[in-house]
Design a protein around this ligand. Structure first.
Ligand code: G3H
Ligand code: 13P
Ligand code: ZN
Length: 317
């Protein structure tokens, strides 16, 4: 099916009560782990690249890795998306450079300025057949350079969403309902709870419109324990409960962003490998279990959280 935009993916996901996983990619093993899982499960998937990923791996390398994954998995649709684009220039560079979707994240700017920059990106993107995700509201944690203190996060104000979407023409909207980036999303001892009332209020005002959830790693405790057991130090790492993500996917959330769980799966397994094989030094030896762990984790998400297994077939209809 090849490289696609997210338009049809989201339409089918919205109507089918499931969501598409958007996984961050930074190297070959991550691309392989994600797409092997999606390919075997016949699931559509979004591969997303941050500004930091481009700085680390280089735009061309990442695009070519994704092209290779498409050749290896021709039966599934794959979208290539810019995660947290912070300027028109960055979005333009990705649009010109083969991405099918970009995010312009001007959520830290005042409302009118967010509209203005998002609109400019939408005009350029749509003229080039590319779709745009925008954001309203701010997540706690770190969004690239924008750091928001926990407890001071700003939930999306539902009364703003209609005006924002109609004035910008964006294709999907990321909202803040209590998730945050990274591995420390909730205080230990507190009950993690997303604000479904905010989500439902946004949905009412934007019927049929795809909503995006950032900061949606679950921070599986098996990986946190693995990291801590084998020399790491990540006390109190907590993520979003998977049943709440499943519920969001049944509602209007069509895209669920996951990066930290990939990092944890790899780091836990590499730490374990080093501890158990102190004499090994071939990167293929320790990257192999790390890639397998990414694949298993993504397969679990597709099957048990996103509900997108087998849905590639929907997109041929
Ligand atoms: O939202 C942030 C993503 O996890 C990407 O992180 O900017 O460190 O690549 P990064
Ligand atoms: P996590 O840190 O929860 O994986 O969130 C990733 C994300 O939102 C990427 O945009
Ligand atoms: Zn994000």
């Amino acid at each position: 099916m090849g490289l696609v935009t997210t338009t049809e993916m989201f339409r089918k996901a919205y109507n089918g009560g499931y969501a598409i996983g958007a996984f961050n990619v930074n190297n070959m093993e991550i691309v392989q782990g994600i797409t092997e899982a999606a390919g075997e499960l016949n699931s559509p998937v979004i591969l997303q690249v941050s500004k930091g990923a481009r700085a680390y791996a280089n735009h061309t390398y990442l695009v070519k890795l994704v092209e290779a994954a498409i050749i290896e998995n021709p039966q599934i649709p794959i979208a290539l998306h810019l995660d947290h684009g912070d300027s028109f220039e960055l979005c333009k560079s990705c649009i010109d450079g083969g991405f099918t979707s970009v995010m312009i994240d001007a959520s830290s700017k005042p409302f009118e300025e967010n509209i203005e920059i998002t609109k400019k990106v939408v005009e350029y993107a749509h003229a080039h057949g590319v779709v745009v995700e925008a954001e309203l509201g701010t997540l706690a944690g770190v969004e690239d350079e924008v750091s928001v203190e926990a407890g001071k996060e700003m939930y999306t104000r539902p009364e703003e969403v209609e005006e924002f979407v109609s004035k910008t023409g964006c294709d999907s909207l990321a909202i803040a309902i209590g998730t945050s980036h990274g591995a420390y999303k909730f205080k230990p001892g507190t009950k993690p709870q997303l604000r479904f009332d905010v989500l439902e209020e946004c949905t009412k005002r934007l019927p049929g419109f795809p909503i995006v959830l950032h900061g949606s790693s679950s921070v599986p405790q098996e990986f946190v324990e693995m990291v801590n057991q084998y020399g790491g130090n990540m006390p109190g790492a907590i993520g979003v409960p998977e049943d709440q993500l499943r519920h969001a996917a049944e509602l209007s959330v069509c895209k669920i962003n996951i990066d930290s769980d990939i990092r944890l799966a790899m780091t836990g397994n590499i730490r374990k490998y080093f501890a158990e094989h102190p004499d090994h030094f071939d990167p293929r030896q320790y990257l192999k279990p790390a890639r397998q762990a990414v694949k298993d984790m993504v397969a679990h998400k597709i099957t048990n959280v996103l509900g997108s297994a087998g849905k590639a077939a929907d997109l041929t209809k």
